[in-house]
Design a protein around this ligand. Sequence first.
Ligand SMILES: [Zn+2]
Length: 399
Amino acid sequence: MNIFEKIYCRIFQFCFKVAIPFLPYRNPVILDNVESISQILKEKHAEKVLIVVDSNIEKLKLNYNLEKTLTDNNILFFKYDKIFSDPTINNVEEAKNLYIENKCQAIIGFGGGSAIDCAKAVGARIARPNLSIPKMAGILKILKEIPLLIAIPTTAGTGSETTVATLITDSETKRKYMIGDFPLIPKYAILDAENIKTLPQNITAFVGIDVLVHAIEAYIGNSTTKKTREQSLQAVSLVYKNLYDTYLDGNNLEKRRNMLQASYLAGCAFTISYVGYCHAIAHTIGGMYHVPHGLANAIIIPYVLEAYGEKIYKKLKELGVAAGLFDENINQEQGAKIFIESIKDLNSKMGIGTKIDAIKKEDINEIVKNALKEGNPVYPVPVLMGKKELSLIVEKLMK
Ligand SMILES: [Zn+2]
């Protein structure tokens, strides 16, 4: 990256940082059990609702309690359950049509990031019927209230319940469209550990490490605030105290609850302080080869942190203290290295490897191009990177 590109990126990021206190960020109202949803819907006079649920979650019947509560309270629901991995434009259009045909009055996103992202995009399409998904891509294109949106995360990972963003894929071109605007922040988020106790072990691991990566990338970036730094530190501490135990015993509701809390805190932090190149590469690889988002992030993060080098030693040491790995008297470089090694250890204990086999040599240029397009100038990364640096990271990810 040349000096003029670097200056452009930093000025862009500086303007966003200065604007943070003036932007209409808000956090969703948090509730801790699914049963409370009927009360909210009644207060808002919503008698017909659309549920957007991941197909896998539907198979696991995790939405049983939600549907029972709605039925018991005479709230009619219509269910869209055709999301198989990343939500596509077709998913959004089909779910939107279901909402309109049945004159629904609220949207419930139930599941992982995919279902909640799809629910957000449905809301956006209803608020802006004349704007297609590709036309909404980017930031601040909606600028209008969307229908009542309630997010019920079931994976304790994506943080999508707190964020302004949604990521929708065009299934034909494989292109991903990021839409970011304040009306997309759900009004309510229900963090109910009962919903996630049957989550399979590997998914628990992937989404748990994703939480950690959200917290790390938000913390080491240049656009942090006192609050997002605190939220990141708390999230890291919760992940180190709870993730591996949850992986070993999914029925431990207290640990599951703590991971939901970590996911929420990390989500709040990165909504304001952004993520970094790890996510930019993971999104691209996820879109090209269908590698689960959390798995991609888990494998990529140590390489990205090592590539940032000494610029982030101090912050990584602070994260290591929050993780309980050592006390603050440790030397910065040593602390940073122990923290990176601890992520590798956690990955390995949970069966996560160190390479992404799917990456093809001939695709490196495309991966790097798309990752740079996502990362620069928006992500306030600690060290700006260009084609050369990102290519080196992607090469290391290959077998
Ligand atoms: Zn993520």
